[in-house]
Design a protein. Structure first.
Ligand SMILES: *Cc1c(COP(=O)(O)O)cnc(C)c1O
Length: 340
């Protein structure tokens, strides 16, 4: 039976659901793994994750479509990306097919917490892995735990979408040849100071530039950028230190194949940002968040789309991708993974 939750007023916080998936890696192999009810983790005080931050994670959503199916969006891409993260952090890969099965099983077990259609709410799914055995000399752990929990979340923007004001910080997010392209907890730990500082100064987000030259746009702490040119070309920054967002890759496909727009994945100079007519952040949580204003020290850029609404092309992209996710528009083969 569906939970008695005020779906319309759900926030974006953690709410415990009954089941989580857990699998342990020991003696060089993964055990089968299972769904359990205990929401606590018990590990050594010297666990690799606690001492040297050996951990990575994923994030995706399950939701109810217009025709009342429960689906999740492109979990195969999260499985692949987590495999890439694990390899870069010297962690064992949880096999991609088993990752997808575990995501499906965890959603199924918590199906009563998947918000019904029509509230803009979803069940957020958080797969993650960490080094669990004692590690004091700096080296990879030998034992790991892979877990998936779920938590119902409300729409990212309560009370409608409002364009963001963002700034270019004096901090960097990811070093060239570093870990910017993987979903490692360490990337987030070091971004916390920059985001708290941004909020204290009245900005919603940080627009990070490439640390080597500080001339090219990279991304924010947790979302990629898309820009729209005056000729309606959809442009997204290309860099080896940007996290490959599933939402961004999906939006580029939608732009090209559903809206017939030209798309470009290329280096984007900060210098040319003032020429764009629209700018937005993209990621699983909000899908697309319009940006109204960008501040880089004494330079202020006001996007022509303004501070009241989403730009026209951004809105088309948003409506189309959301329509695909909710089963109102035919999805490309393999995008919606059916749960129930
Ligand atoms: C997770 C994440 C994104 C968004 O990726 P999605 O797959 O679209 O949710 C973007 N940037 C960073 C740094 C991230 O960690």
């Amino acid at each position: 039976m569906k939970q008695n939750i005020d779906w319309a007023n759900l926030g974006f916080g953690y709410i415990k659901t009954p089941y989580r998936f857990v699998a342990n890696f020991k003696n060089g192999e993964w055990e089968k793994g299972s769904l359990i009810e205990d929401d606590t983790v018990k590990i050594s005080e010297c666990a690799g994750v606690l001492q040297y931050a050996q951990t990575c994670f994923e994030g995706l959503k399950a939701y109810t479509t217009e025709d009342n199916r429960i689906v999740c969006f492109r979990p195969n891409l999260n499985a692949q990306r987590m495999a890439d993260s694990c390899k870069r952090l010297e962690m064992p890969v949880f096999p991609e097919e088993e990752f997808i099965n575990a995501v499906v099983d965890t959603i199924k077990a918590n199906a009563d917490f998947v918000p019904p259609y029509g509230f803009g709410a979803t069940l957020y799914i958080r797969p993650y892995m960490f080094g669990s055995n004692p590690v004091i000399g700096v080296k990879p752990a030998e034992e790991y735990q892979f877990r998936i929990f779920t938590t119902p979340v409300g729409p990212y923007f309560k009370g409608g979408i409002k364009p963001l004001t963002i700034r270019v910080p004096d901090f960097d997010r990811a070093a060239p040849h570093g870990t910017g392209h993987i979903k490692a907890g360490l990337n987030y730990a070091m971004s916390l100071h920059a985001i708290v500082d941004a909020h204290n100064k009245g900005y919603d987000e940080n627009m990070y530039l490439d640390p080597a030259t500080r001339t090219k746009v990279e991304e924010t702490g947790g979302a990629n950028f898309i820009f729209i040119t005056k000729d309606n070309v959809v442009v997204t920054p290309k860099s080896s230190s940007i996290l490959p967002s599933v939402t961004r890759r999906s939006l580029l496909y939608v732009a090209k194949h559903y809206l017939g727009l030209e798309t470009q994945e290329r280096e984007v100079l900060f210098e040319e940002v003032k020429e764009f007519k629209e700018c937005a952040l993209c990621g699983t949580a909000a899908v697309l968040s319009p940006v109204g204003k960008i501040v880089n020290h004494d330079i202020q850029i006001l996007l022509p789309s303004g501070m009241e609404r989403m730009g026209e092309v951004t809105k088309q992209l948003y409506d189309t991708l959301l329509g695909i996710q909710l089963g109102k528009i035919n999805a490309p083969e393999g995008w919606l993974k059916e749960i129930i």
